[in-house]
Write a protein that binds this ligand. Structure first.
Ligand code: EPU
Length: 444
């Protein structure tokens, strides 16, 4: 059961007074996949720079429910957590229904489980309510690789007694989870698996390179065609630790927040080339951003620039390297403050505008045209609601966008459903407080 907590936030009334540095954590969406990939290994794998977020804990609980041995420690010499996972002790391939329904990434476990143990059962996975999130691409992939399936009471059961067989799979839609999961399934399969129209997100590249360094044979990493030469069931050796790459969505979120609420802010330990879709738009809009060295992006002397003097722009979400859907909500909060009209076209998920209704309640001039398009006219001043009216974190990213809106606004704001924000942003209130924000977490 998630704790019922809210954030109480004092708005900055449009002043850009936040200052300081944010050190970016390891990427949630790579960390979860590295945990699933631990099933491909014989012996103990070590995962470093792991974010301390709720989804990572949920994945650990699912794995230990299957029988894996897991330990989580804070890193005495640095940042992030260290996980040690040994999946040799797995004694069940039935993924827990309740845990899986709390997190979409649970589906990524199915590929490694099926390819190593020859069976898996799982419920239709849950996760953020951001649209209809089908799993047909996984189901069709396993069937093409020779698995037999039964659907019983909303539970999918797949078996492949002699292991999975390599085959050609064309993804009708570029899918991050599908690419990762079928890539992992292919690692232990018999023969060669060719995946076409793959997603190319940096998190996929990072996991694939780690697997190759431990004995997998994956070609075409970072391109839309991946060729996986299977090991016919021979497990990978944990020759190298996995070091989680910086979270580009966390970095992009703090950049967008800094662009309208901070005077000087440094986003440290990020990979600037992973963020070009965001930084390009912000530079063109007039935000004073610079890349410093290899891993820092800085916004400097920003209080001299009025938000209303920034230019509006249109956004069309896209698979990497395009503008990420996971920064769509945050860019909407940004665009409510700049001058002019902006159109947002959400191409990946059709249910990601619920938060915009909350922005409208605060005073934003937004027209929701349909489930994929909204029109924003800026700038608008955002004001607190009466005491008994709450704001909601509708999903991880929308939650951050609403916190941004509260910080921009005038008065005191209460944002409930904080457990959804905690799924992806580690200790958000502590990090914002260290920048000078007035934000506290309270029990409801
Ligand atoms: N899709 C299908 N059939 C499938 C699988 C996907 O139609 O079998 C569709 C989806 O409905 C969607 C599109 O394909 O329209 C792309 O979805 P994708 O599979 O790429 O998404 P995902 O793997 O479920 C990951 C991230 C999401 C992020 C998306 C897109 C993780 C754990 N989640 O989801 O992250 O929005 O890729 O980049 O990696 C978040 O972190 O807040 C989050 C939602």
């Amino acid at each position: 059961m998630n704790k019922k907590e809210s954030f109480v936030i004092q708005g900055l009334s449009g002043e850009k007074t936040l200052n300081g540095s944010v050190y970016i954590n390891g990427a949630k969406n790579a960390a979860l996949k590295a945990m699933a990939a631990s099933i491909l290994f014989e012996g103990k794998v070590i995962l470093e720079n792991m974010p301390d977020t709720n989804d990572v804990d949920t994945m650990a609980n699912i794995l230990s429910g299957l029988g894996a041995k897991i330990s989580k420690n804070t890193n005495p010499n640095g940042r992030g957590c260290i996980f040690e996972i040994n999946t040799d002790t797995i004694n069940s391939t039935d993924i827990d229904k309740i845990l899986a329904q709390g997190m979409r990434a649970s589906i990524v476990l199915t590929g490694p489980l099926l390819s190593r143990f020859g069976s898996v059962s799982f419920p239709s996975p849950g996760g953020c309510v951001i649209g209809n999130r089908p799993i047909d691409l996984f189901v069709n992939g396993y069937k093409k690789m020779g698995a037999k399936d039964i659907i019983d009471n909303d539970v999918y059961k797949f078996t492949a007694k002699n292991g999975l067989n390599g085959t050609n799979i064309f993804f009708n839609i570029q899918t991050v989870g599908g690419t990762e999961t079928l890539m992992m399934a292919g690692v232990l399969a018999h023969g060669t698996t060719i995946l076409k129209n793959c997603a190319m997100e940096p998190e996929i590249v990072s996991i694939a390179e780690w697997l190759n360094s431990c004995g997998a044979h994956i070609d075409g990493i970072g391109t839309t065609t991946m060729i996986i030469h299977g090991t016919s069931g021979k497990l990978l050796k944990p020759k190298n630790k996995y070091f989680t790459l910086p979270d580009r969505i966390e970095a992009g979120s703090y950049l967008l927040l800094g662009a309208i609420c901070a005077d000087n802010i440094e986003i440290k330990n990020c990979v600037p080339s992973h963020l070009e879709a965001v930084t390009n738009l912000l530079i063109e809009s007039g935000v004073p951003i610079n890349v410093i060295g290899e891993s820092t992006i800085k916004i400097s002397n920003n209080s001299k620039i009025k938000n209303s003097s920034l230019k509006s722009f249109n956004v069309r979400t896209h698979e990497y390297p395009g503008f990420p859907t996971d920064l769509q909500s945050q860019v909407v909060s940004f665009l409510t403050q700049v001058s002019g009209e902006s159109m947002i076209f959400e191409t990946i998920f059709e249910g990601r505008f619920k938060f915009a209704e909350d922005l409208i309640r605060l005073g934003a001039n937004i027209t929701i045209m349909n489930s994929r398009e909204i029109l924003i006219k800026g700038p608008s001043s955002l004001s607190a609601l009466p005491d008994d009216e709450l704001l909601f974190a509708h999903d991880i990213r929308a939650g951050f966008a609403i916190v941004m809106a509260a910080l921009i606004g005038k008065g005191q704001f209460k944002v409930s459903n904080v457990h959804l924000i905690d799924r992806g942003y580690e200790k958000l209130e502590q990090r914002l407080s260290s920048l000078g924000a007035n934000i506290v977490r309270i029990n409801d």
